[in-house]
Design a protein around this ligand. Structure first.
Ligand code: GLP
Length: 261
């Protein structure tokens, strides 16, 4: 796991966009895993800037969402398919028909989850997965207690996550859905490169556990320690609980230029 502590959000966004640009140059039809939440916005904005400038094209890329609320109407602004359209798809030149998400409105949710797993596999798997992290250490919507081998399935959100996400629902926790569909931890671990971005002191404990805690379903993000290629991009506040912060900083400063991401 490579931990990079950036001093500005712009720098973190640039580094993530560099990794994505490099991938798409090598493989224009790359499969991206996209996350909702406020953390990845710095990445999507930078990708949008590069596409507008003409230095990047995602025209042949495909994208898969991590998760979706169950039961939000198709036109609800917080339905993750709509969120990702506004925050990512509309800013770049990806074909909207090549952006997929689990179907939180399916009559048969279990079959929708199986179909989603098949769609990811049929696309050849995810080349680069963008991830945020919840304050309780969840990734996608894999709440504490999730199986570290889990696949796409229905989950019940914790009250902590519902209250964290209430800000997107006019501050009213009561209207935040209780259920979601989410890629499992086992699904996420199959992505070839995972790029996790976190900022702010509220994430500091989860980030400490992610990088330095024992692997445990109580902090689902710790499963990423089992993956061979994870890049963690942090601001100084999110990095403030790391025991090895000065080691990570020195390692990054001394990183050979040929190494890349
Ligand atoms: C939601 C999403 C996660 C995201 C988390 C943190 O729960 N399902 O994918 O990582 O929020 O969001 P934020 O980046 O806004 O803190």
């Amino acid at each position: 796991m490579e931990v990079i502590i950036s001093t500005t959000p712009d720098e973190a966004g640039r580094l993530a966009a560099d990794a994505i640009s490099g991938l798409v140059r090598r493989r224009p039809e790359a499969v991206l895993g996209v996350a909702t939440g406020s953390s990845p916005l710095i990445i999507y904005n930078e990708l949008g800037r590069r596409v507008a400038q003409g230095s990047l094209s995602l025209a042949n890329a495909r994208a898969f969402l991590l998760d979706e609320y169950v039961g939000l109407p198709a036109d609800h602004p917080q339905r993750y398919r709509n969120v990702i359209r506004g925050e990512f798809v509309d800013k770049v030149d990806i074909d909207p028909a090549q952006v997929f998400g689990p179907d939180g409105l399916a009559a048969d949710l279990a079959s929708a989850c199986e179909a989603y797993e098949r769609a990811i596999a049929d696309a050849g798997g995810i080349d680069l997965q963008i991830l945020g992290i919840g304050t309780d250490g969840h990734i996608a919507f894999n709440e504490p207690g999730s199986s570290l081998a889990s696949r796409t399935r229905i989950k019940t959100l914790t009250s902590q996550t519902r209250s964290d996400n209430a800000r997107f629902f006019g501050g009213n926790v009561e209207v935040v859905p209780q259920h979601c569909l989410t890629q499992g931890i086992g699904t996420i671990l199959q992505a070839r490169h995972i790029l996790l971005v976190a900022s702010g002191r509220g994430k500091a404990e989860a980030v400490h556990q992610l990088a330095e805690g024992p692997v445990s379903a109580m902090w689902p993000a710790t499963a990423l320690q089992l993956h061979p290629h994870v890049t963690v991009l942090l601001d100084t506040a999110a990095a403030s609980r790391l025991q090895l912060a000065s080691y990570y900083i020195g390692t990054y400063q001394g990183k050979p230029s040929w190494q890349g991401f």
